[in-house]
Ligand binder design. Sequence first.
Ligand code: EPZ
Length: 426
Amino acid sequence: MEKLIIEGGRPLHGVVRISGAKNAALPLMAATILTPGRHILRNMPDLRDTRTFVRLLENLGAKSERTGDTLILDTTHLLHTEAPYELVKTMRASVLVLGPLLARFGRAKVSLPGGCAIGARPINLHIMGLERLGVTCRLEGGYVDAAIDGPMRGNVIYFDNPSVTGTENLLMAAVLAEGTTVLKNAAREPEIGNLVDMLNGMGASIEGRDTDKLTIHGCSRLKSADCSIIPDRIEAGTYLIAIAATGGSGTVTNCTPAHLPSLLEKLRGAGLMIAETDTTIHISWPETVGEKPVIGNVDIKTMPYPGYPTDLQAQFMALMALSSDTCVINETIFENRFMHVAELHRMGAKIKIDGHFAVVSGRGLHGLSGAPVMATDLRASSSLVIAGLAASGRTEISRIYHLERGYENLIEKLTGLGAKVWKEQE
Ligand code: EPZ
């Protein structure tokens, strides 16, 4: 068990390069199951979750080779169609093998992911969609045991709410189906666009990229993939907020500003100056000679894309804990995504929770003080890192394995921005 130590109170300055997106890498790796072959995935981040997914695919019989940030997955000789509880319990996204295994083999046995720190997170919409394609799903012994004789049959599938991995699973299931499938009220996150590009590059025929209506014309054969993973918009957002919260200035490179419309609007609303190019974002505070920046209070409401991302809610709350006034944060996606609040309280933050709402009374730029705190999930832990960077004194964050699931080279990147941060054994 390791902990992260931060000597806070230093403004971050400089340049930070963004890695490939975790939430695009995982579905793209799953899609390599669809057809036997050597698949090339470029700009692959090296994270605890991507390593777990490689183990999951190797468990099915795949071979993998990694050179720098290029991962080659050879799925020619897959022998199994089961995703065991031991792997799925460490990473819910393992459920993404369900659709592609059924499309290729007509059979899949995948452990149910179980509960999660941020909410119940059922997969009923994934199962509903597969059943609409003709699959029989039996829930037994904590597993989904699914099968179909012959190819799936295209159909219209309506999502009660736009599930990201639900959309991805059904997209992958439908590409080899007989006939046409239409996904309605589908999710539109940029990571889904990345998957659509990969599948169309493999010979699939999918229309409606970036909209909530995806039309998949089933085909009988696919070829192996060679594609690139998009930059991680959540990692980019995390660094932008960290720079802002420390009163610093800097440039985030190798990112896609167009994937962060709501965040950039909210940061401007908080008083920051934002300059974008196609692949970089420069962030800074207006020059006020001899005065420290004043962080404006801004309300947020998390929504499916292009609304404000729930994966940047905790980080923005850390920023608002340093603002000059009060704001309201409304978390509409997950029912239990305020686990970071109790830890921010330990650093002096003033936050009241009422169901899906959190009322944050800012303490000003230097209003927090360092403390020992505990990470509870991936994004909650990054909000504690931001609070620790802004706080005076030392912060110790335990259970940092949560951070390693989704942030590549975090310590190197923060040190590159002038932060004083290191790891120690617990
Ligand atoms: C994806 O999770 C992301 N994970 C999450 O990022 C992200 O928070 C989430 O989308 C929302 O943007 C990956 O892409 C691997 P959903 P996913 O299905 O697909 C309910 C991170 O920090 N729902 O869009 O699991 C669900 O409970 C992670 O990187 C059902 O009720 O999320 C939730 O309330 C955390 N039934 C809502 O829909 C279903 O069958 C949205 O969930 C599916 C979902």
